[in-house]
Design a protein around this ligand. Sequence first.
Ligand code: UT7
Length: 342
Amino acid sequence: MKKIGGLVKNKTLKARIIGIGSYVPKKILSNADLEKMVDTSDEWIVTRTGIRERRIAAESEYTSHMGFEAAKKAIQESKISPDAIDFILVATITPDYMFPSTACLIQEKLGLKNVPCLDVSAACSGFLYALKIAASFVEKGAYKNVLVVAADKMSAITNYNDRSTCVLFGDGAFSCIVSMKGKGFELREVALGADGEQADLLKLPAGGSRKPASLETVSEKEHYICMGGNETFKHAVRRMEMISKECLDKVGFTEKDISWLIPHQANERIITAIAKRFEHLDDDRVYKVIQKYGNTSASSIGIALDELKKKGCIKKGEHLLLTVFGAGFTWGAALLTFTGGK
Ligand code: UT7
C-alpha cells in the first residue's frame, strides 16, 4: 500500500476477467443471399466492408437467449459456482423489451434469484462500458463476481430493403465474469468517451418516448437503424485512434508494448486505418472476425477475443488493446494483460 496525497493507493487492486464465452446463431446470411434481396454485389460488400457473411438469429431466438448461451460458457470457464455471481450487467441496444431489462431475463434463465440486474445502453461500445462498471464494482468491493453480457439481435432492427445498412450487421453475444481473484485477463485500464452532439448520425428514430410506435413510424420504416455511413466512418477512425492512445498513456505504455489489437468489427477499412498506428504488429496480430460475423454491435470485440483465446494464440504476459466505437457517439479502449488460465 502506498500513501499518495492523503489517499491510500493499493497498486495490486486490479479487476480481472476470469472466464469468457460467446455465442452466434446457426443461420448464415451470405453476400450471395443479400444479392437476391437488395441491389448489391459480393464484390461491393467485400471491397467496401470486408464482410462475407453474418449470423441471423431465429425468429424465436432473442437477445436474452443469445446472452444466456454466452453467459453459461463464461461461467463454466471461470469455474465459479453460478451462485457466486452477485451482479448482472447486460450491454445491449436490442433488448427483448423496452422494460424489464434483458439482465433480469437472463437472471431468470440462470436461476439466480435476488441478484441485482442492469442493462447498459452504449451501442457498439456497450461491452467496454459494462466492463468498466463491473471493474469499478469489484475493485471497490461492492460486488465480488459480476456477470457481464454483451448481446445484440441486430437483425431485429435492420431494414433488409436498405442496402446501405443491411449488409453490415449480424447477431451474436459475448459474456465474461469480472472478479478480483483468478487467472485470465487483468484489466490494466478501460478508457471511455462520448459525444452526444453526434446522436443523429446513428440512431433508431422511433419506438422511444420521442416518437412512440404508430402506423406512421412503421410505414416510414423508423424502427430500423438509420446511419450516416460516411460521417460515422470518419468519427469511428478518429475516436478509436484517440482513445487507444489515451488508454495506453494512462498506464505508461506505447503502441510497441501491445501484442494484439482487437478493434470494433464494423468495417475492415476502419480496422486497417486503426492498425496503421500499430505498424510493428503483423496483420495477423490485428484480430478480425468481421468477415464471418459482420458488425455484431456490443458483442463484436468480445466474440473476437473469445475466438483468439480459444485458438490458444495468446501467450501469458501478452498485452491486448481492445477498442470500440458506436452510436451516441460512444467509444472506448481497454488494455488487458493475459495472466494465463484455460
Ligand atoms: O458500429 C457502429 C459504427 N459503424 C460504422 O462505423 C460504419 C461506418 N460506415 C461504413 O462502414 C461505410 O460508410 C459504409 C459501408 C456504410 C458505406 O461505405 P462507403 O464506402 O462509405 O459508401 P458510400 O456510402 O459512400 O456509398 C458509395 C456508393 C453509393 O452510390 P453512389 O451514390 O455513389 O451511386 C451508394 O449508394 O455505394 C452505394 N452503396 C452500395 N452499393 C452496392 C451503398 N451501399 C451499397 C451496397 N451495395 N450494399
